[in-house]
Design a protein around this ligand. Structure first.
Ligand code: SF4
Length: 64
């Protein structure tokens, strides 16, 4: 499954439409598989975000 949203360092993703559960799931899967981690290179939070994804986002919540 592809996210079909290229993510590169310095690029902003603006989700104008509120993402539904299916898109959130696709984005989480893509992140967990490293497909959207290019922007994470050198980020001080990389280990934390990797851990969150590895745990399947079990303790995360989305506001909105
Ligand atoms: S906070 Fe997490 S998702 Fe955001 S750039 Fe850093 S490592 Fe990537």
């Amino acid at each position: 499954m592809s996210l079909v949203l290229p993510v590169i360092p310095g690029e902003t993703i603006l989700l104008i439409v509120r993402p539904d559960a299916a898109l959130i799931q696709r984005m989480r899967q893509a992140f967990a598989k490293g497909r959207t981690r290019k922007a994470c290179i050198g980020c001080e939070w990389a280990a934390l975000c990797t851990s969150v994804a590895r745990e399947g986002y079990r303790r995360t919540r989305l506001a909105g």
